[in-house]
Design a protein around this ligand. Structure first.
Ligand code: UDP
Length: 251
């Protein structure tokens, strides 16, 4: 087995990634697949931190659209990430991955509070950590939490799992048949072109701190292991502009 290219990565799992083919909620088979993939990477001695979203359960913007106060709705979204985090912890421990959930909101009966040094210590001791409740602040997303936590714990890269797409495209491939797959792109290009890698706050944070993002299709169960092995899979978003800019890319 080739040696791993990373020592520490942060895996961002959107709520959708936990949903599998369902329209809502958590697909146990999908969770098991994810747990197995994380288990494989752990087996290669790569430290894995995870940030989970909650789009499979609740999104603050949806509540706000229905007339709720946005901040209240966002706190509900953050609480929903705790449900996903606990589900994932359970699945990870079933496949032998010691896991701690660290939450940015106090839910002391079920998760530790987020303490940066503690998170790092868990990782050093071979435990995986799941960061729940996003950043702990409304008006943000779990993408921003992923960027923030990755920087805090000195992860070498964010592994951004997508549902059913191979990476980043020049347009939404489910709408535009001419959408072109982009194997490499810079953070700046992604922001300027409004490409949906992650939201712009999260992307800016990664750009300003030179943090690479590997965007990949979660449906292929080998992908996480391949990325960790240094194989080129999906789209790499880094500070390096694409060498051959796709049409319309401003460098
Ligand atoms: N959220 C928030 N602050 C954060 C992270 C998340 O308010 O730092 C809320 C927000 O309402 C968001 C919801 O939690 O809609 C779920 O997170 P997100 O939409 O990022 O989940 P994903 O799209 O990754 O499934």
């Amino acid at each position: 087995m080739a040696s791993a290219s990373f020592n520490r990565v942060l895996l961002k799992l959107s709520g959708e990634a936990l949903m599998g083919d369902l329209d809502y909620g958590i697909d146990p088979a999908q969770i098991e697949r994810i747990a197995n993939q994380v288990g494989e990477v752990r087996g290669r001695d790569v430290e894995v931190a995870i940030v989970v979203g909650a789009g499979n359960i609740y999104r603050g913007l949806e509540g706000a659209a229905e007339g709720m106060d946005r901040a209240t709705a966002d706190y509900m979204g953050m609480l929903a990430t705790v449900l996903n985090a606990l589900t994932l912890q359970d699945a990870l421990e079933k496949v032998g991955v010691d896991t701690r959930v660290l939450s940015a909101m106090a839910v002391t009966e079920v998760a530790e509070p987020y303490i940066r040094r503690r998170a790092i210590r868990h990782l050093q001791k071979g435990r995986s950590v799941i960061f729940a409740a996003g950043t702990g602040n409304p008006f943000f997303t779990t993408d921003t939490a992923a960027a923030l936590r990755a920087l805090e714990i000195h992860a070498e890269a964010i592994l951004m799992a997508k549902n059913g797409v191979e990476g980043v495209y020049s347009a939404d491939p489910s709408i535009d048949p001419d959408a072109e797959f982009l194997p490499e792109i810079s953070h700046r290009q992604a922001i300027e072109r409004g490409l949906r890698v992650m939201d712009s706050t999260a992307l800016s944070l990664c750009m300003d701190n030179d943090l690479p993002i590997y965007v990949f299709n979660m449906a292929d169960e080998r992908n996480i292991d391949r990325i960790v092995s240094g194989e080129r899979v999906g789209t790499l978003v880094s500070s390096k502009p694409a060498t051959e800019p796709a049409s319309g890319v401003r460098t």
